[in-house]
Design a protein around this ligand. Structure first.
Ligand code: GRF
Length: 194
């Protein structure tokens, strides 16, 4: 079976990364994880990569808070290219990508976000939805551009907000659905690209 070489970028706990790597391990996804990269030295996502025996790297982000240093972003392109990556999946990557990555992997970078975009881009989107008194929120997979949680929407799933939901309970339900949705989209893209 042909497998699409993917790269995973993340800054945090890596539950989406784990879901992807589990599905690859059980051979239910026509993908191969070539590289996991994090801009946070001790991010659990790097431990998950090690647990699954996937090559992984810490990329020191440089002096900016919301983006990578341009040279660093160039380095990231090289790392992913050297690893033969053809699809880049962002899984909780907390920096905005710019030209080096967007040009090198045009139409090949996707992100998952815990709201029904265009509603509630940015941090803690589930809290934003609760605070706005929404009845329904969800998650979105979209192509990545140079704006925060923006870019062509590929797929969305809805989550009903329950009257007794706390930020934690709502976030947990959204995350369960995120894993399903991300895997479904990645599977579709594997088929399309291969
Ligand atoms: C997810 O909620 C995702 O939607 C957002 O960042 C979070 C990452 O979670 N972009 P995890 O690290 O995959 O658990």
């Amino acid at each position: 079976m042909k497998r699409l070489p993917i790269g995973i970028l993340g800054s945090g706990k890596g539950s989406n990364c784990r879901a992807i790597l589990e599905r690859i391990r059980s051979r239910d996804l026509a993908a191969e994880a070539r590289l996991v990269v994090s801009d946070v030295l001790d991010a659990p996502i790097l431990d998950i990569a090690r647990e699954f025996g996937v090559p992984n790297a810490y990329l020191a982000p440089g002096r900016f808070r919301t983006r990578l240093e341009p040279e660093t972003e160039g380095q990231l392109v090289k790392m992913l290219r050297d690893a033969g990556v053809e699809l880049v999946t962002l899984a909780g990557f907390m920096r905005i990508l710019h030209e080096p990555m967007l040009k090198a992997f045009s139409g090949r970078i996707i992100n998952i976000h815990p709201s029904l975009l265009p509603k509630f881009p940015g941090l803690e989107a589930w809290k934003q939805a609760l605070a706005a008194g929404e009845k329904v929120t969800g998650c979105t997979v979209h192509y990545v551009d140079d704006k925060i949680d923006h870019g062509q929407i590929i797929a969305q799933r809805e989550v009903t907000i329950l009257p007794n939901d706390t930020p934690e309970s709502l976030h947990a339900r959204i995350q369960m659905l995120e894993h399903e949705l991300y895997l479904a989209v990645i599977a579709e893209l594997c088929e399309k690209i291969l």
